[in-house]
Design a protein around this ligand. Structure first.
Ligand code: HEC
Length: 179
């Protein structure tokens, strides 16, 4: 193919992309779901980005009960409003966000490997609503969260309340009064 033909194809493609953006054809509304192919593409980008950056992070021993319990307390304070917990009903925040925050007590993590989870909590995820926690928390506190997340899948309400050490009323039963 001649150089000039290639150039004109390329510039037409760029012009088309520009026009799509200019006429606002791409809807940034959080209520409009991505196409399957866009989701698959974005997930691939996310996985590779985390995998490469988390490479070489050394995972400490996460089985210590104090660690898990400290993680649980911070989780209840900082994460549960989005990622929910065995004591909570879905919140306006958890339902309104897109992409939706994974519900860790019923769902497996999508980033496999504890070093990936650590990196994600420390750095957050651009364009998703997942904040970076690393600036205001020590690595130790972040590992405590990882240690807790390691246990949360399938956790019962009683176990959760024991770990968080809270005497909070169970929201699921009482939330009707708030609405
Ligand atoms: C404001 C809402 C919000 C808060 C608060 C929040 N997250 Fe997230 N988080 C998200 C969203 C949204 C995603 C999903 C991003 C995506 O799909 O790419 C996410 C993704 C993640 C992931 C990656 C998912 C996986 O399966 O590995 C981890 C881990 C995580 N959050 C942990 C936490 C922890 C721990 C806290 C508290 C310290 C927290 N998040 C607080 C919104 C939140």
């Amino acid at each position: 193919m001649k150089k000039t033909t290639l150039l004109s194809i390329l510039s037409s493609a760029l012009l088309l992309v520009f026009l799509v953006i200019w006429f606002g054809l791409f809807n940034v509304s959080a209520k409009e779901k991505h196409w399957k192919i866009t989701t698959a593409f974005l997930e691939f980008v996310r996985e590779r980005s985390i995998e490469v950056r988390a490479d070489g992070i050394e995972v400490p021993d996460l089985s210590n009960l104090d660690m898990i319990s400290n993680g649980a307390k911070n989780y209840a304070a900082m994460c549960a409003q989005c990622h929910l917990s065995p004591t909570m009903k879905p919140t306006e925040l958890s339902l309104g966000l897109y992409p939706q925050p994974p519900v860790f007590y019923t769902q497996e993590h999508f980033s496999h490997g504890k070093e990936n989870t650590f990196w994600t909590i420390k750095n957050g995820l651009k364009l998703t609503g997942m904040p970076a926690w690393g600036d205001f928390h020590t690595d130790e506190q972040i590992w405590e969260l990882v240690a807790f997340l390691n246990e949360i899948n399938g956790m019962s309400t009683t176990e959760y309340l024991e770990l968080t050490g809270s005497d909070e009323q169970i929201d699921k039963e009482n939330s009707d009064q708030h609405h």
